[in-house]
Write a protein that binds this ligand. Structure first.
Ligand code: LMR
Length: 334
């Protein structure tokens, strides 16, 4: 009797383990909130292509773009519950999970270039940050680029004083909140899928995002101005449910790890071009007036926003900020 029950339990566990039934593919639901023709949208499809090809169909990846399955906050909960297996959320959105350190990526002007960012994300700092995901049942597989932000608005934003009283949409990051409060603006956290309508109806006056998102979500259709400020960066963490990942057959996990690495390289190789093309298309549409900050104006913005670094040091961690300064060459003194 005991032997029969033990056999039944083992069988049940085997039946539940991913890929236990050889005739059925292991299914990966990959949910995200942006459009398919974006760096993240294309990289998710690239991961699907590589994972299915290299496992000869033992893995099936279902990509759900445009918040089809879940909005920002819900998708992280769904990942932790195992309702979906993979995501690539903006690193600005881990605060609500209790992981504040990722908000260091939102500090204004902390990254002077993509190369500087890469030294952080692909170096020891990036790895250390990924370790903070594991207690939440999440494993980080790679850092995916989008790009530096522009600001769209319904009134011209040339100086920091122009932000006073502006209702600005932000991602769920306390650093972004502090940045806009520092400017006397009224920051409003909002799910990405709700932004277009909020801009159209005037619930908010503006928001920051990459040209790729501004173009593919048509924000430029419902805004009058676009300020090229490069003051923050939007990037993603490719993440997987820990239990799912560790439950995979080892050979499959190795292949998927390789596919994730190659999709990461692919994403980071197309991101800048995707944003340059989006910027050109927004310009060609002629619906927004472009305000490109001069180097002097950018220096003014940088000087005016750097106090946010000090202000958020206790939340993010002074040592982490200092470590990033060391890697990027940025600092609050210059
Ligand atoms: C946003 O919420 O504005 C972005 O994080 C969306 C995205 O994933 O690029």
């Amino acid at each position: 009797m005991k032997i029969a029950f033990a056999a039944a339990v083992v069988f049940a566990c085997l039946a539940l383990a991913p890929g236990a039934r050889a005739d059925e593919p292991i299914v990966i639901k990959f949910s995200h909130v942006v459009a398919p023709d974006t760096p993240k949208g294309k990289a998710a499809e690239k991961f699907k292509e590589l994972a299915e090809e290299r496992t000869h169909g033992r893995v099936k990846v279902e990509v759900y773009p445009n918040s089809q399955l879940y909005k920002d906050k819900e998708e992280l909960e769904a990942l932790q519950l195992g309702a979906v297996q993979m995501l690539a959320p903006s690193v600005s959105k881990f605060g609500p999970l209790g992981i504040k350190e990722f908000e260091v990526f939102d500090l204004p002007y902390i990254f002077p270039s993509v190369a500087a960012l890469r030294r952080v994300s692909d170096g020891p700092i990036g790895k250390e940050l990924f370790k903070k995901l594991e207690p939440k049942g999440i494993i980080g597989l790679g850092y995916w680029d989008n790009g530096f932000s522009v600001i769209t608005s319904n009134k011209p934003l040339r100086t920091l004083a122009d932000f006073k009283g502006m209702k600005m949409r932000i991602q769920s990051s306390k650093v972004l909140e502090a940045t806009y409060k520092h400017l006397g603006a009224l920051p409003q956290v909002m799910a990405f899928s709700e932004v277009y309508q909020a801009l159209q109806t005037g619930v908010v006056d503006g928001g920051e995002n990459t040209p790729s998102n501004v173009y593919t979500q048509k924000f430029y259709e419902v805004q009058k101005y676009l300020t090229v400020s490069d003051h923050t960066y939007i990037g993603y963490a490719l993440i997987v449910n820990k239990k799912f990942w560790e439950g995979l057959p080892p050979d499959i996990r190795t292949i998927l790890d390789g596919a994730a690495k190659d999709a990461t390289t692919y994403c980071n190789s197309i991101a800048e071009q995707e944003n340059a093309e989006a910027m050109a298309k927004i310009k060609a549409a002629g619906t927004v007036e472009f305000i490109t900050l001069t180097p002097e104006q950018k220096a003014e913005w940088r000087k005016g926003l750097l106090p946010v670094h000090e202000e958020m040091a206790s939340r993010i961690g002074k040592d982490l900020i200092q470590a990033i300064y060391k890697e990027t060459g940025a600092s609050t003194t210059q």
